[in-house]
Design a protein around this ligand. Structure first.
Ligand SMILES: Nc1ncnc2c1ncn2[C@@H]1O[C@H](COP(=O)(O)OP(=O)(O)OP(=O)(O)O)[C@@H](O)[C@H]1O
Length: 531
């Protein structure tokens, strides 16, 4: 791995006043100059430095000399490493290497078990014991370590522990981990590390997100992580799409929805060239492979025609059909699963409430507001019409409420999100347009005013609370319409460690098709008084 990190350090300004604590830690060690590289990794707690030394030495020795070991599980994707056993050293040395390797495998297994990481694939790289290993094992640039310090991240989350080494070792990756568990960093960091420095060779990395809101959020996060480098990170906006000569776009990393990128690909003139893309991430991959987005996603995947491209798929839900699609496009991929396959985040307290009728839901909502309103809060409904109806009901109550759905203009959507992030609105009513990926740090409670249309939608919606290990709460209203699907939610609750009454578990299972029943209007106003 590349160790020379100096070229990206010029120009990094480390605010000594603001990060006095961190600075004093770094100052003790060798420095090139005041704003020089981070040489002290003590900020990142190390669990086992001896083990780390072994990792480095084993990794050096591994270089395709030992037989293709299988760390765990089975090979799900086309494997390329049926490497023959090569013995070119004395048998003593071979034996000691093998012992070292076995010890390392045991350590990997223990670490994976501790963090609930399950892997499948050939030669899966060892999980990270600490962020410090990004430097000791992979020669991570100092600015990236600075940024971790600034973000206040001390320990990698389980998905980061495993997915980062997989991607850094140049393997394609297919990952599922709970909502709010830091998947964004898990794909952005290795991307920044592998790209190394900006280049004028065209777009080298693409991140696809299913909504504009998520694309904007990911762009912001990516810029935070890349601070101190000169990478050109661009969000595909409407303006960019309309007014840009893509043959001249100065951009290293492009973040877009599939629809906008497809439009750029199919432009007649000055169209975008994705043939040099080295890294392609499909975030919320199961959503991107749903029928409504599949064609657009597919055309982007095809346009990224570089034969040595590394693709990765990330989501909190992993249905079988996504694995099937992945099998057809990925090569020698590693599958990483954190936690139970069908579970929501364990830090969310989940409740089901029988509301009887539509009127009952509104009463229950108002009652819960009057007892304890714990903003910021998200309320999910099943359609645009119902979002507007509920907004019409709540906007005259004494709470600050907003509404978001796909019928609003981009400017309106942005301003609603900004107001919610800034605390100007306390309660945000949303359709599923906001159900996935969005990271509103303070959201303590999610209410499913309307029952979700599938288990994945339930897991993602409630995952807007309880992020980054914080405690969250999720309340789901149900009426007679929803009873046949209660058992499906109960299964998710059980898998996530929630207590579920036995009568619920005794209910029959029903195959969940898109559940979106006709519901009575939310509005309590007579029709002739509606605006
Ligand atoms: N190592 C870390 N330590 C502490 N917090 C972290 C760490 N990594 C990421 N975070 C924070 O965790 C939060 C959730 O991260 P992120 O949005 O990437 O989750 P996610 O797994 O993509 O969730 P979702 O499935 O809902 O999209 C963010 O606020 C992020 O800043």
């Amino acid at each position: 791995m590349e160790k020379d990190t100096s070229f990206l350090l010029t120009g990094i300004k480390f605010n000594k006043k603001r990060f006095a604590g961190d600075f004093s830690r770094f100052k003790k060690r060798k420095q090139r100059n005041d704003d020089g590289p981070v040489d002290d990794l003590s900020y990142f707690k190390r669990e086992d430095t001896e083990a780390e030394k072994v990792v480095v030495s084993v990794n050096k020795k591994r270089k395709r000399k030992t037989k293709a070991e299988r760390v765990e599980g089975f090979s799900v994707f086309k494997g390329s490493d049926s490497v023959p056993v090569v013995t070119d050293e004395g048998s003593e040395q071979e034996e000691s290497n093998q012992k070292e390797l076995n010890r390392q495998n045991e350590r990997d297994l223990r670490l994976r078990k501790k963090y609930g990481i399950h892997v499948s694939g050939n030669n899966v790289p060892s999980p990270l014991q600490s962020f410090a290993e990004l430097s000791t094992r992979y020669g991570c640039e100092s600015y990236l370590l600075h940024n971790l310090v600034k973000l206040g991240f001390k320990e990698p989350t389980p998905i980061q522990r495993q997915a980062i080494p997989v991607l850094l070792s140049g393997r394609e990756c297919f990952a599922k981990a709970p909502t709010g568990s830091g998947k964004t960093l898990a794909f952005v960091y290795p991307m920044l590390m592998k790209l190394k420095q900006p280049s004028k060779d065209g777009i080298r990395a693409v991140i696809l997100c299913h909504t504009r809101e998520l694309a904007a959020q990911t762009t912001r996060e990516c810029k935070k992580m890349a601070k101190g480098s000169k990478f050109r990170i661009k969000l595909m906006t409407k303006e960019l799409l309309r007014n840009t000569d893509f043959t001249k776009l100065p951009c290293d990393i492009l973040i877009s929805t599939p629809r906008r990128l497809q439009l750029c690909i199919s432009k007649k003139k000055k169209k975008i060239d994705l043939s040099r893309v080295e890294y392609l991430v499909l975030d919320e991959s199961d959503k991107l492979f749903e029928r409504s987005l599949l064609e657009q996603t597919d055309s982007v995947v095809k346009a990224c025609s570089n034969p040595s491209i590394i693709r990765s798929l990330f989501s909190a839900t992993l249905p079988g059909f996504v694995e099937d699609v992945a099998r057809t496009v990925m090569h020698d991929a590693v599958r990483v699963i954190v936690g139970d396959k069908n579970a929501a985040s364990e830090s969310i307290k989940q409740k089901l409430i029988f509301a009887g009728s539509e009127e009952g839901k509104l009463l229950a909502l108002r009652q819960s507001f009057s007892e304890s309103l714990n903003p910021p809060m998200l309320i999910f409904v099943q359609s645009i019409e119902r979002a507007e109806e509920l907004y019409g009901e709540l906007k005259f109550d004494s709470i600050r409420v907003g509404v978001i759905h796909s019928n609003l203009s981009q400017e309106q959507r942005e301003s609603v999100i900004d107001d919610f992030r800034a605390g100007k609105t306390w309660v945000l009513i949303a359709t599923d347009v906001l159900g996935r990926g969005m990271d509103f740090k303070g959201v303590k409670c999610v209410i499913n005013y309307d029952f979700p249309d599938c288990a994945a939608s339930y897991i993602h919606r409630i995952g807007r609370s309880g992020r980054a290990g914080r405690i969250g709460e999720a309340i789901t209203f149900y009426t007679e319409h929803d009873i046949p699907y209660l058992r499906n939610i109960a299964n998710v609750m059980t898998a996530s460690g929630c207590e579920v009454p036995s009568w619920l578990m005794d209910m029959p299972k029903k195959k969940w098709k898109k559940h979106c029943p006709r519901r009575e209007s939310i509005s309590t106003k007579p029709k002739d008084q509606e605006e």
